[in-house]
Structures are given as C-alpha cells and as structure tokens.
Design a protein around this ligand. Structure first.
Ligand SMILES: *Cc1c(COP(=O)(O)O)cnc(C)c1O
Length: 339
C-alpha cells in the first residue's frame, strides 16, 4: 500500500460504500450509475474533507502543533470537519470565515455548518468588511505564535498535496471495490472546488494504472482556476508518491453548472437534489454535490456521457448546509420532477 509511509490519524469510517443507483439509472435510461458514499465518512456528519484531514491532522501532530487554523465560507463543510477533527485530536481550532455568499435564508448564519462549528468548540472569527479570509487567517496564525502557541495552518478545503493523499486512498478503494463487485468503471464524476479531491483521485488512478476518467464539475464558477489548482496539487501529490506530473490538459473540469456563483442556488441544483432524494433516499447538498449531480444529469441527457458507460458519482457530502437553504427549496417554483 503506497500510502503507508505517510503518518495518518484515523478519523474516517472506511471503506465507504460503493453502491448502485438503480432507480436513477432506470429513470434516465442508462448509463449504469453508482455512488461512492463519501458523505458517509462518519466524522461529524461526514464528507470528503475527512479523508484529507487524516493526513493533515497527522502532520500537525507530528509537528507538535497545539492548534489548527483554517478558513472558509460561513457554510463551509471543510471548516466543520476540521473543527471535529481538531476536537477529536485534542487540538484547539481557529476558524477564519468570510461572508462572500449573500445569505439567502434566515438560517444562513444560525444553522447548518456554522451551528455545528460552534457546537464542536471552534474559535470563530469573521472577516471585517474588505478583509479577505487569507488576511484574517494569517493574522490568527501570527497572534497564536506571539502567544507561544504552535499553530498548524490548513489551506482552504484542506487542498494541499498532503491532503490530497486522502483521495489517492479513495481512488484505490474504488478500484478495489469495483474488482470485488466485478464492475469496470469508465468514469468518476465529482464536484470540484479547491481541487484536492479531484487531484488525489487523478493521482490514485494514475498510480494504479487505471484508465478511469475523472470528470470534475466546476462549482466555483471559475473552471480554469479550478483546473489549474487541480493540476498543481496533483503534481505536488504525485511527487510525494513518485507519480509523474499530471498534465493540465488532461484535467477535465466541466463548466456550466455553477451559475450564478459559488454557494448560490440554481434550478438544476434544486432539481438534482429533489430527484436523488425521491428516487434513491440520498441527500445531496446545495453547494457542491447538487450542482455536480445537475451536471451529470445534463451530460447524460445530452449524450455527452453515453448510455453504455459505467459511472461512479462521488458523493462528497455537504448535506448539513441544506438546513441553511430551506427557503430556497420552499420557494423554488415549478413542479417537483416526480410529484
Ligand atoms: C469541499 C467540498 C467539495 C470539493 O472538494 P475540493 O477538494 O475542495 O475540490 C465537494 N463537495 C463537498 C460537499 C465539499 O464540502
């Protein structure tokens, strides 16, 4: 196992299930769709950041850190999972949050992930008007150092070469499950934001010499920036494992499903969240997996993804944020698809 040389702090319930979405596949008339349930990683309501944090928290502990510092939006899933990981590891946790997403719901700053961050005991700071979260998190790190603490900084989304190792592990886990279930996977589809998840999957499949395509769906409304970051993190992560650099041209980040912007709802996302809930009993999220599923549905309907393919949708989690978006679903006009 190529990952055993890296320190790892156990946080995730692994392996997560790889299971068929039979009713969704039938509804669409193909392709064969499976879901990788990384919403079920187990730590404080789960999600994709938990796999990354196993490696990041291990590095923090190895360096003798007394606190972790990270940053994100108000409803960041990464921030919530980091707060939980820090709690479990007995480290203080400091969060720098920005208000870049216009609040759509009264609950936006009361419930969902922010409520859980508070419950998990994190120290929360909000950006002043005009202040970036990078500026705020840098100040928090400096203040902690001045007070004699040993802060360990985790970048947005936990997306560093070390964090991406978690998704190298996920790629190998998917291949192992596919082998046991006697399935040949053509393509993996996922939401891509800060890029570490997709980078790790690309490195993992390259490491295993698998031909599996990785299709990222841009949820940031910045597909070029996302693809640049994926390539950069994948190259750094590959270097840790002796895998040659991942070519930027080979990084497929699909645009068209993020509008009007990060964290802001659109009709495709609302349809996708409703459809998967009603057909499969699976809860997607409004910021990432809902938009990624909207992209998958659209690519299937347009024939970009063929009916003969076998596709794995990586459910990266995020459902806690739904509670900060309830009015979006209540007020969305149009018939629910399966009323
Ligand atoms: C962070 C996140 C993603 C994106 O993962 P990146 O590694 O940042 O690209 C996808 N889905 C959910 C639910 C997330 O919280």
């Amino acid at each position: 196992m190529p990952l055993t040389k890296f320190p790892r702090y156990p946080l995730a319930h692994l392996p997560t299930p790889l299971e068929p979405l039979e009713r969704l596949s039938n509804f669409l008339g193909g392709p064969r769709i499976l879901v990788k349930r990384d919403d079920c990683t187990g730590l404080a309501m789960g999600g994709n950041k938990t796999r990354k944090l196993e490696f990041l928290i291990a590095e923090a502990r190895e360096r003798g850190a007394s606190a972790v510092v990270t940053e994100g939006g108000i409803q960041s899933n990464h921030v919530r999972q980091t707060a939980a990981a820090a709690a479990k590891a007995g480290l203080a946790c400091h969060l720098a949050l920005d208000r870049s997403v216009p609040p759509l719901d009264q609950g936006y700053e009361a419930t969902g992930n922010l409520f859980l961050d508070r419950l998990l005991g994190a120290e929360i700071s909000f950006c002043a008007p005009g202040q970036t979260r990078k500026e705020l998190s840098t100040r928090i790190v400096d203040d902690l150092r001045d007070r004699g603490e040993r802060p360990y900084f985790i970048p947005t989304g936990g997306s560093s070469p070390i964090g991406a190792l978690g998704y190298v592990g996920c790629a190998l886990e998917i291949l192992d499950q596919a082998r046991r279930q006697d399935i040949a996977i053509d393509r993996v589809v996922l939401a891509s934001g800060s890029g570490g998840t997709m980078a790790g999957l690309l490195v993992g499949f390259a490491l295993a010499d698998a031909a599996t395509k990785v299709t990222g769906i841009d949820i940031d409304h910045e597909p070029e920036r996302v693809a640049d970051e994926v390539a950069e993190i994948a190259t750094g992560c590959g270097a840790l494992l002796g895998v040659a650099g991942i070519d930027r041209d080979g990084v497929e980040v699909v645009a068209g499903y993020a509008a009007p912007g990060y964290g802001r709802p659109n009709p495709g996302m609302i349809e996708a969240v409703r459809l998967v809930a009603k057909l499969e009993g699976i809860i997607l999220d409004p910021v990432y997996s809902g938009k990624a599923m909207a992209g998958l549905l659209d690519m299937i309907r347009r024939g970009v993804i063929g009916a003969d393919e076998t596709v794995v949708f990586v459910h990266t989690g995020g459902a806690p944020a739904l509670f900060a978006y309830t009015s979006v679903f209540a007020s969305a006009s149009g018939e629910p698809p399966l009323a």
